[in-house]
Design a protein around this ligand. Structure first.
Ligand SMILES: [Zn+2]
Length: 531
């Protein structure tokens, strides 16, 4: 009898755990066009979990209750090659269960190691090049689509590299070298083994250093079949992983989404150094930035540490994320143009764009400086544009509000901007200090910058504003306290609160004439309004 009761209890527990999950699986399949949720089994995960029936079944169940409908099954990482038998069996089994299945490679510890970052290789070396090719041929013999995790770069300065680079800068040498690896050792050989092979280059989240280590987003985005974006912002205050603000995920996803166009697939974030609150902020920013897919890195890591708590919270937000994806899909965004010219140096203003977004300026990330923009933010990165002076003169003549960092202003070598509608922002080489700006200081900056758009925004620091299409406004509070905000739009409107994350998040909306007020917008809460 006791035994029967125990079995009954167990059954009830199982049923109750699976109930909401079963709903998420159906919901995810119905919504995969709007937003696909994917995960990755690293080569080590494949060996550990997917080499046997129980482990495979557990993985399938976990994916289903998490709304994951696309799995990436990795064949190589850190000198570990997953066995062909396990890879093929897992591939076929997931397909049979209704999943989309792709491969993945993490090019770490390939051949000769470089002199910089641990596990990063010297690609000047012929042995490394041969091994890189073999790794891709192996994956292409099993998978039509292969993601490359974001270690396809080099910072080696060994004698072999020094000799090969000659008179070129390290940046130029590495961009050329990694482009050559992409074409000759990855794309060419993979397509030879499998004419249907499509290779995805996943860019890391450290966009201001790409070119220094050989990522060239213009040339590589054109060469590869698809692109992917690292949106791992984690927890700003985490001692090991911190220092990244939430808006970075949005900025980079939009920026690379523009560079990659239709080839840009999705964003990718992980649980390292996160809490449930900061973990789901990564998901919201990724989807808000119009990613078609979000990849939860990775199955093994999500089973331990903060992973299970993070995923529990994410599951509650997944229906809302599908709704969010549909509201933003393909719509133009408007606001302050925020160009980062590809391969531009950030000097001591690296990642300043992310902090500007935290100030409640609705940014339009882009890869080019457009003199026709209604308002523009320009940091030192802008010096990469050979036509910068002419563009500045055109904007000055048009009275375009320019928010310029002190770093850029100091490097314009006597260029006269008197008469221009320019505001110099005191970054002092430390973008993090912008998070200390007070509400009145921010209102003054926003007042100038948003005037041509007919918009005013009154909010404390760390409340972001997103203007999407002609019918959607999103406001997200990243503070640990509730805030009151006021937004004035160009024309009278009737706005309704149609999505709030987290589920049950509080914010009182009132709307009168041109003015929207959100009172008591709860900590770490996002509100989507339609008008
Ligand atoms: Zn080297």
């Amino acid at each position: 009898m006791i035994r029967h009761i125990m079995i009954l209890t167990l059954l009830l527990t199982l049923t109750c755990t699976l109930c909401p999950g079963a709903d998420l699986w159906d919901l995810a399949k119905a919504n995969r066009e709007a937003l696909t949720i994917s995960t990755l089994f690293t080569a080590q995960n494949v060996t550990q979990y997917l080499g046997n029936e129980q482990g495979t079944q557990d993985a399938i169940d976990w994916c289903r209750v998490t709304g994951v409908t696309h799995v990436f099954i990795e064949s190589y990482r850190d000198k570990h090659t997953a066995p062909r038998g396990s890879l093929e069996a897992a591939r076929d089994r997931f397909r049979k269960e209704g999943f989309e299945v792709s491969g993945c490679i993490t090019p770490t510890q390939v051949g000769k190691l470089g002199t910089g970052w641990t596990a990063i290789s010297c690609y000047t070396n012929a042995g490394t090049q041969r091994q890189l090719q073999e790794i891709f041929e192996y994956a292409a013999s099993m998978f039509d689509e292969i993601m490359i995790d974001d270690f396809l770069f080099t910072d080696c300065r060994c004698d072999e590299c020094k000799a090969a680079r000659g008179e070129r800068s390290w940046t130029d040498y590495r961009c050329d070298l990694m482009m050559q690896m992409s074409e000759q050792r990855i794309l060419g050989p993979a397509r030879k083994v499998n004419p249907n092979a499509r290779i995805i280059i996943k860019y890391p989240q450290w966009y201001d250093n790409f070119h220094e280590r050989g990522y060239d987003v213009v040339r590589q985005s054109r060469a590869f079949d698809r692109t992917w974006v690292g949106t791992e912002t984690r927890d700003y205050d985490n001692p090991q992983w911190g220092g990244k603000v939430q808006y970075e995920a949005y900025y980079i996803m939009r920026w690379l989404g523009g560079v990659g166009g239709a080839r840009c697939g999705g964003g990718w974030f992980d649980p390292y150094g996160t809490s449930p609150d900061t973990y789901v902020e990564q998901a919201r920013q990724t989807v808000l930035a119009d990613a078609k897919e979000m990849l939860l890195f990775c199955y093994g890591s999500l089973l331990g540490g903060t992973g299970p708590a993070n995923v529990d919270k994410l599951r509650t937000e997944i229906p809302g994320l599908f709704a969010l994806a549909k509201k933003v899909r393909g719509k133009p965004i408007w606001g302050v143009s925020a160009p980062k010219v590809p391969n531009s140096d950030g000097a001591n203003e690296q990642y300043v764009y992310d902090f500007i977004g935290m100030l409640g300026l609705p940014l339009v990330p882009t890869d080019r400086i457009d003199p026709q923009a209604k308002a523009v933010f320009l940091p030192v990165h802008s010096l990469k544009d050979p036509d910068l002076r002419n563009k500045l003169n055109a904007m000055a003549a048009a009275g375009t509000p320019i928010l310029m960092t002190d770093g850029l202003a100091g490097r314009l070598d006597g260029m006269d901007l008197t008469g221009a509608n320019a505001t110099v922002l005191e970054v002092r080489g430390d973008p993090r200090r912008l998070l200390q700006l007070g509400r009145e200081q921010l209102n003054a900056i926003r007042g100038k910058m948003l005037a041509p758009l007919g918009v005013r925004f009154d909010a404390p620091n760390k409340v972001a504003l997103y203007l999407i299409g002609d019918d959607v406004i999103v406001i997200e509070n990243f503070n640990d306290e509730a805030v009151d905000v006021r937004l004035d739009m160009p024309a009278p409107l009737s706005a309704a609160r149609t999505l709030v994350l987290p589920v049950g998040g509080k914010a009182n909306l009132s709307c009168e004439d041109k003015t929207i007020r959100l009172e008591g917008l709860a900590p770490r809460t996002m509100v989507l309004m339609e008008y």
